[in-house]
Design a binder for this molecule. Structure first.
Ligand code: ADP
Ligand code: MG
Length: 347
């Protein structure tokens, strides 16, 4: 027992990392999910050549919009696209140092989940910046939709179509997985941040009140629904800044208005799913109709989103048990067994 614990300290464990627009999750082999943090980093720009990281995750998120001068708080992944590879690597490095066991004799192998439209050049940039910081022994990539399908316990290796919709912070990926690969995928500019933007815009135009993005996100999490129900109708007290006077003011925003503000994005999402089902072969459609469509990602927590899509496409929609963790749990299955499951990875 003591010997095995000592040996485990000598060699680093493999790590899966789900880099999301809103959240970054880490899974360490044998230990499971060890971190779930906001994808935000604050940096001191004066520290050239030295480690410039001040904070990562939730603490850095609290600094957004509140720091000035040489200190900046940034979201290095925006609307699903990595905008700053070095900042991502610093963020990853800080999270690994904080949450993972350090090996004395080896560095971890890291599996990153990436969107289906992630380019070769982007993979190279990730590799370069990760190796530049000396964080990993090897770097692999796994398509997010495949990871989400594994996380939802789908049998992905059979010749059988499974549809998974991942509503993330900055985009929605609709994919069909069969025979261990992705046979169809589309990435849509719809997601949690777009919902927040719509809520912000509606409150500004209808209530002449300006609110920040964190307020909009809180309103969404508590009151947004894809289908309005009179039974749950409430007036929500919202604090913001009056658009004309600039003074602080409170308004009572109706939950009906919140639902209405999201209607266009949600109906577009459902229409895209319907379009996808019209495009693919009849065999795949019949597989999907048999097992249902799986819904994952934090954005899928909007109340009744599953029911809304179900009504539009006429196929049952199942929200996975833990939508915020679906992708990392699937990627975790791969790192638990990296030697045998390398076929799922893209280099
Ligand atoms: P990503 O993988 O792109 O980082 P996540 O799957 O972590 O995205 O989902 C993050 C999004 O989920 C955020 O926009 C967040 O506001 C949203 N979200 C989290 N909880 C809820 C909820 N209860 N209702 C609606 N949206 C939610
Ligand atoms: Mg995600």
């Amino acid at each position: 027992m003591l010997l095995s614990r000592t040996v485990s300290r000598l060699f680093a464990k493999d790590i899966a990392i789900d880099l999301g627009t809103s959240n970054t999750l880490l899974f360490e082999s044998l230990n499971g999910i060890v971190a779930s943090e906001a994808s935000v980093i604050s940096i001191d720009r004066r520290l050239h050549g030295k480690n410039p990281v001040i904070e990562v995750g939730k603490q850095a998120k609290n600094m957004l919009g509140k720091v000035a001068g040489p200190i900046i708080a940034v979201q290095p992944i925006q609307y699903g696209v990595i905008k700053d590879f070095m900042a991502v690597s610093y963020m990853v490095s800080a999270l690994i140092n904080r949450y993972c066991m350090r090996g004395i004799f080896s560095k971890p192998r890291i599996v990153f989940t990436v969107a289906s439209d992630f380019l070769e050049t982007e993979k190279e940039s990730i590799r370069e910046s990760i190796f530049a910081l000396g964080i990993a022994a090897e770097v692999f990539f796994l398509e997010k939709s495949l990871a989400s399908a594994l996380g939802a316990d789908m049998i992905v290796t059979a010749p059988m179509g499974n549809m998974i919709i991942d509503v993330g912070g900055g985009k929605t990926e609709v994919a069909i997985v069969s025979l261990g690969g992705i046979v169809y995928s589309v990435s849509l500019p719809i997601g949690g941040m777009y919902f927040d933007d719509e809520i912000t815009r509606m409150i500004r135009s209808k209530y002449s009140l300006m609110i920040g993005c964190q307020t909009a996100e809180e309103i969404k999490k508590h009151f947004a629904a894809a289908i309005f129900s009179k039974k749950n109708s409430v007036n929500i007290p919202v604090k913001g800044r009056d658009q004309s006077s600039g003074n602080p003011r409170m308004a009572y925003v109706t939950s009906y208005d919140i639902c209405q503000s999201l209607e266009m994005l949600i109906s577009r999402l459902a229409e895209e799913v319907r379009f996808c089902l019209e495009t693919i072969s009849a065999e795949l459609v019949s597989d999907i109709a048999k097992h249902g469509i799986f819904l994952t990602g934090g954005g899928s927590l909007i109340r009744y989103l599953d029911k809304y899509i179900e009504r539009v496409v006429g196929v049952s929609v199942i929200r996975v048990k833990d939508p915020m963790c679906g992708t990392i749990l699937g990627a975790g299955k791969i790192v638990e067994n990296l030697e045998e499951l390398q076929e799922f990875l893209c280099l």
